[in-house]
Design a protein around this ligand. Structure first.
Ligand code: BES
Ligand code: ZN
Length: 445
């Protein structure tokens, strides 16, 4: 099978980690990877470990003394597909159109880590089974649901996973001609808020005016989260935020695709609105946020229904930046919600999952090798950014394995990750295979 057909085969598994009915698909996807890694001509130790949820796949090359060990991390689980009706082709029947392969997981993250697998395979073929460095593949099936099993697994398998540096392609790329090195990730803190009003929906004529409406109460609460300057109004929220260095501000001012106009075109938003005093790039790469991800309650059906609903809820998440502690932030959120809970309703704050932000020095020896490889393959100097998205396990890897990450993302702005019509550029996939070889060769010198 050619490389693209192999990618298509990997994309056919509906390995949706969040949905229990897909657990067998996730596991079969792991089996497929085990087969691929075992059959690669690599003298490897390939293992599929079961966990309380989804399997973890580890493959190691035969250890060569005196060579650095590179741990290549990726995740083979994918996000749910809904709203399904907005897909042009079925999410698990990969289709190539306009030079892109469309499927759920094409960019996030199957296409990106599979490029590294094929890069290693090519290196093995080229040099009679010898790699320029030691390689460990670590592929998990729970990234999209918070990497629950991998935290414990890494601690238990610390020796097996010992490495000098981590290679990850699961972040964004500024543009096809703008190879991107990310030296940071935002962290996160997620929570839910439940507002309880009357014990059942009430007639709004019989009781309206006397009984507090829980949706109104929730809106008041949600409104208290931000001030008129676009700042999060939770007391203490910015206390530990690491400032943005002058060299970062100047570097980010020229990242392609990050002007207000570019972002308006890309997203369809009427106007880009940022926190006062910061550009859009600064806000996305290095400022914390509080977002409302969903709200519900009351009547959602056709026509009108004159009620005071009995309850309402909101899902919120904060993106965090270096030095902010997610547990401290969770405490601040809870205190804020308790303090601003409107009269007449019961408000419950339920903490969800958290993850630390991450940042490393882009000018380290490994950082420089990665940037050289990017330039060699793409022909342009890479842009250096901090990713606005999160891969919380990367900060944990730094803590447990002591290694920093080279994040060479290939997620283009229009790759539609987590969204209908997710896609991965075929050209980028092939360049990714080259990039992997170029970087591993460099690291072996
Ligand atoms: N690949 C993404 C991280 C990412 C997000 C890269 C945006 C580039 C742009 C990763 O799979 C992801 O979606 N992470 C989640 C966090 C997770 C704990 C649910 C995220 O950022 O929301
Ligand atoms: Zn994702």
């Amino acid at each position: 099978m050619n490389q693209l057909d192999q990618l298509a085969a990997l994309l056919r598994f509906p390995s949706i980690s969040a949905q229990a009915e897909h657990a067998a698909d996730v596991s079969e996807c792991a089996d497929w990877l085990v087969d691929k890694l075992s059959g690669m001509g690599l003298d490897v130790n390939v293992k599929k470990y079961s966990t309380p949820k989804h399997p973890i796949v580890v493959a190691k090359s035969e250890k060569i003394e005196g060579k650095p060990t590179v741990l290549i991390y990726g995740h083979y689980d994918v996000q749910p597909v809904d709203p399904i009706e907005l897909w042009t082709s079925a999410p698990f029947e990969p289709e190539i159109r306009d030079g892109k392969i469309f499927a759920r997981g094409a960019t996030d993250n199957k296409g990106q880590f599979f490029a590294h697998i094929l890069g290693v395979e090519a290196l093995l073929k080229e040099n009679a089974g010898q790699l320029p460095v030691n390689v460990i593949f670590l592929l998990e099936g729970e990234e999209e649901i918070g990497s629950g099993s991998l935290y414990g697994f890494m601690k238990e398998h610390k020796e097996e996973l010992a490495c000098d540096v981590i290679l990850v392609s699961d972040t964004g790329m500024a543009g096809m001609d703008a190879p991107t090195f990310s030296y940071g990730l935002r962290g996160m803190a997620c929570a839910e808020i439940f507002v309880k009003g009357p014990s059942a929906d009430l007639h709004s004529g019989s009781f309206g005016g006397a009984v507090k409406n829980p949706i109104t109460a929730l809106c008041e609460l949600v409104n208290s989260f931000h001030d008129e300057h676009g700042k999060v109004a939770v007391a203490g929220f910015y206390d530990d935020v690491a400032p943005i260095a002058a060299w970062e501000k100047s570097m980010w001012s020229t990242v392609p695709g990050m002007s207000a106009k570019d972002l308006e075109e890309l997203t369809g938003a009427k106007e880009v609105v940022t926190e006062d005093g910061f550009t859009a790039a600064e806000c996305i790469y290095a400022r914390p946020t509080l977002e409302i991800n969903g709200m519900g309650g009351g009547y959602q059906g056709e026509g009108s229904k004159t009620i005071i609903p009995s309850n309402a809820f909101a899902k919120i998440s904060c993106r965090l930046v270096p030095n902010q502690n997610p547990d401290v932030i969770m405490g601040l959120l809870k205190a804020h919600v308790e303090k601003h809970a409107p009269k007449g309703v019961e408000v419950k704050f339920v903490p969800g999952h958290t993850g630390d932000a991450y940042a490393c020095d882009p000018h380290s020896e490994y950082g420089q090798a990665a940037q050289q490889a990017l330039e060699a393959v793409f022909g342009n100097k890479p842009v250096l950014i901090r990713e606005g998205g999160s891969i919380p396990i990367i900060a944990e890897m730094k803590k447990v394995l002591g290694a920093d990450a080279m994040m060479l993302g290939m997620g283009l702005p229009d790759a539609r990750i987590h969204s209908p019509n997710e896609n991965f550029s075929v050209e980028l996939f092939l360049k990714g295979i080259e990039l992997s070889q170029s970087l591993l060769r460099r690291l072996g010198q």
